[in-house]
Design a protein around this ligand. Structure first.
Ligand code: SF4
Length: 337
């Protein structure tokens, strides 16, 4: 049994004017299914607005899902996350934590670091006030910081250090799962590398599972075991990282990967350009939602909605041009840089 199994998750938002009866439905997440094993990192990737953050927040019950289910292995007991009563929800929250994108905005500037990292312990009554400094020192040392930092305030740290404090706070309750929402996107490249290495080191030591949300496929390449590519609220391709990076099959995945900068200037790169912006989830295109931007679209793509189909090797793709593990020949519009 995986640590987490999410099935057909939908999170829709209903927005509108108080003067109009009809509301607009924003289909932020629209039928997403995935599994996460213990000690594994699953990256949810895609452009801004594709629903990856909402999917993670829904799983952590920070957004109210509209439909679907999520089952979590809570110390050997399988619990349905969306049906938990108050007491079970409290117990489960200790096992599933979130690391946020903005390492400054997510830390209370009025609290010192000791109070920040031990806040969860205090809420769950797992730490006596007299033990606060000792526990804070342990947590800070576990993320490569000095115990003396416990008395300082968030503004006294660099972005990378603040993100480490955010991770220390997430670790305080000894979770099994951390959903990390763009945890390094606000950092410079060297701080990114340090935080990614820290997360991998903690995963090895503590057996953590990560739901890693990112639009940066270079970072995902370093940390993920498996990748799920999202477009307009749905997963369009998923599979083990190595295979997906080596041989992407969905046109959207191909376009995303072709835009990743290469460190090898001699490697000729073909960039698959997408036209236009992603459509609004309030008004998704008919059929395959990617068809207005897809360089391989056919007339039929506008008619038939696409569902994920297993193509072997732990991979699944939502594109009718992909059959089995083979692709039909396409003639994509390519430009060579
Ligand atoms: Fe492109 Fe058609 Fe495949 Fe959608 S179904 S990804 S539009 S080729």
């Amino acid at each position: 049994m995986p640590l987490l199994k999410v099935d057909r998750l939908k999170t829709h938002f209903f927005v509108g004017s108080p003067f109009r009866r009809q509301k607009t439905v924003i289909r932020a997440v629209d039928g997403v299914s995935f599994e996460l094993e213990r000690g594994e990192t699953l990256a949810l990737v895609g452009e801004s607005g594709c629903g990856k953050t909402t999917a993670a927040r829904s799983v952590l019950r920070l957004e109210e899902p509209t439909a679907g289910s999520a089952v979590f292995d809570l110390d050997g007991e399988l619990v349905s996350i969306f049906d938990l009563d108050k007491e079970s929800l409290r117990r489960w929250r200790r096992k599933a934590q979130m690391a946020f994108q903005d390492p400054f905005g997510s830390l209370n500037p009025r609290m010192n670091v000791a109070d920040i990292v031990t806040e969860g312990l205090r809420i769950h009554r797992l730490c006596r006030p007299s033990a606060k400094w000792e526990r804070a020192a342990e947590l800070l040392e576990s993320v490569g910081m000095d115990a003396r930092h416990a008395a300082l305030y968030p503004h006294e740290f660099s972005g990378g250090q603040r993100q480490r404090i955010g991770i220390a706070r997430a670790l305080a309750l000894e979770p099994d799962l951390i959903a990390a929402d763009e945890p390094v996107s606000a950092l410079d490249v060297s701080a990114q590398a340090q935080v990614v290495n820290l997360m991998q080191d903690l995963q090895e030591r503590m057996g953590l599972s990560y739901l890693f949300i990112s639009h940066d496929l270079s970072v995902v390449r370093h940390i993920a075991d498996r990748v799920a590519v999202m477009y307009l609220g749905k997963i369009v391709e998923t599979g083990p990282k190595a295979e997906l990076y080596e041989n992407p099959v969905h046109p959207y995945t191909k376009a995303l990967l072709s835009a990743v900068p290469s460190l090898d200037p001699s490697a000729g790169r073909s960039v698959l350009r997408l036209s236009g912006d992603a459509p609004s989830p309030a008004n998704p295109p008919s059929g395959c939602a990617f068809h207005p931007r897809c360089p391989m679209a056919e007339a039929s793509c506008a008619n038939a909605p696409q569902t994920l189909v297993n193509i072997g090797g732990g991979r699944a793709v939502a594109c009718h041009l992909v059959t089995g593990s083979e692709e039909r020949s396409h003639s994509p519009r390519k430009e060579t840089k």
